[in-house]
Design a protein around this ligand. Structure first.
Ligand code: PLP
Length: 431
């Protein structure tokens, strides 16, 4: 399989090249040029297979000859070494918990898969790869953990000082080894600017092989379809049409679900749910795509005014708005509604949601008003402890820290404080 740039002026590349480049030279996102559905027989018998086997069948055609079969199978086993439990919240509404990985957010799946692909691609080279990441929280944590101890690769994370949660900071700054954390005196955009500048700095790129672990990379994006298969199998026990509700920011997660659908997974309908950064829900209602500046909310991992994967979503439907609208409905909710929702669900169902998952739940409730005999599954994209400063106040309850995290809490933070680009550059030249 080849990947074409959605700007259509660079040449198509295979999986390996598209992963290493991240984004095509003409700045377009890579998109698979042909997607072949899985056999009906396989889809009808999904529940008979292990998730590792299903994941292999689902992603095999996207990898092509870039990774040999046995290696690909072992990458999948290493990636999917935790579960995605489906928890009943109330009649016909379920939470698909994607937060049982090491950093408690769904981004673990993509980060772990991408790290292992890059390691394989670089294994015969004596040049190390340096992955640069600017983060507002969850991405840095998942990338740090996913790439920790991966041979031949160094990771440098830039995060805005004082603007991420304690847990997220611990997750990025306590690993050491091949992971370095730089604490930038500024906001997320300053971190992003420094990373962009580094990629264009001739002195740096002549000395170090730089790449990014951005969510638009196909190796982070595509493996996210694995848990749509897993969630579908679990929800299919009830023999009713199944709808998936995806709390969205950059729309990589939803877009991976749409690819699973294209492979033949019989998902009845998708819900694209956002906070008040509602560019996509507005588009679904009006047919007009008009991005707005980003607004800060309590579901901050979805504070995206101009989602980068939107162009891929359009491509899934060959830019046919009517087809797209038939499969996806959009909903958006403000912070007040989100807080009320977390509180009500805790009182009625004794389940603590995080602000992102709550938005997915609210979308389902609206959709279900008109679709009574269907099952709704919302993606619970992060563990509520990651947003404990918000959630504990709402439910008036301390959230228990998962075991695998308490170890991180005890480790000492190690970071380098920087204020300007030159310090970042010096660090890269000297380390
Ligand atoms: C990144 C993230 C999202 C948004 O996912 P996209 O793929 O960017 O739409 C939602 N919830 C949480 C907790 C996240 O970390």
């Amino acid at each position: 399989m080849l990947y074409q740039s959605l700007n259509y002026s660079s040449k198509p590349e295979n999986f390996r090249e598209a992963v290493i480049k991240g984004i095509s030279p003409d700045k377009g996102l890579y998109y698979p040029n042909k997607i072949k559905p899985l056999s009906k027989n396989f889809i009808n018998n999904l529940s008979k297979f292990h998730i590792h086997e299903i994941a292999f069948e689902a992603i095999n055609q996207f990898i092509g000859n870039s990774i040999p079969e046995l290696k690909l199978r072992s990458i999948i086993e290493d990636t999917l070494n935790f579960d995605f439990p489906l928890i009943k919240i109330e009649k016909q509404i379920f939470s698909l918990e994607l937060f049982h990985g090491p950093t408690l957010a769904f981004k673990d799946v993509g980060a772990r898969f991408m790290a292992r692909c890059l390691e394989f691609f670089n294994k015969n080279s004596n040049e190390r790869i340096t992955v640069l990441v600017a983060t507002s929280g969850d991405t840095g944590a998942a990338v740090a953990n996913g790439f920790f101890n991966i041979s031949g690769i160094d990771v440098v994370i830039l995060y805005p000082k004082g603007k991420i949660s304690k847990i997220q900071e611990k997750q990025m700054t306590t690993l050491g080894g091949n992971i370095s954390a730089l604490e930038v005196d500024g906001v997320f955009d300053d971190c992003q600017e420094m990373v962009k500048k580094a990629f264009l700095d001739p002195q740096l790129i002549s000395k170090r092989k730089l790449t990014s672990a951005n969510s638009i990379n196909i190796a982070r994006w595509l493996p996210q379809m694995f848990y749509f298969f897993d969630g579908y199998i679990k929800a299919n026990k009830f023999n009713l049409p199944i709808n998936f509700s995806v709390p969205s920011g950059n729309f990589g997660n939803l877009c991976a679900g749409l690819i699973a659908h294209k492979l033949g997974l019989p998902i009845n309908h998708f819900l694209a749910c956002t906070n008040i950064n509602d560019t996509v829900p507005r588009y679904l209602n009006s047919g007009i795509y008009k991005p707005n500046p980003t607004i800060k909310t309590i579901s901050n991992a979805m504070d995206v005014g101009n989602p980068s994967n939107f162009i891929r979503i359009q491509k899934v439907y060959n830019n046919d708005f009517n087809k797209l609208k038939k499969n996806i409905s959009g909903y958006s909710f403000n912070d007040r509604e989100t807080k009320n929702c977390i509180k009500n669900i805790y009182q009625n169902s004794n389940y603590i949601m995080d602000p992102h998952g709550a938005i997915g739940y609210m979308g389902l409730k609206k959709y279900n008003l008109k679709h009574t005999n269907e099952i709704g599954v919302f993606m619970e994209t992060a563990h509520p402890i990651k947003f404990s400063n918000i959630v504990e106040k709402i439910v008036d309850e301390k959230i228990k820290i998962p075991k695998r995290l308490s170890k991180t809490f005890k480790c000492k933070k190690k970071s380098l404080k920087i204020t300007e680009y030159m310090e970042f550059k010096d660090f890269l030249l000297k380390s």
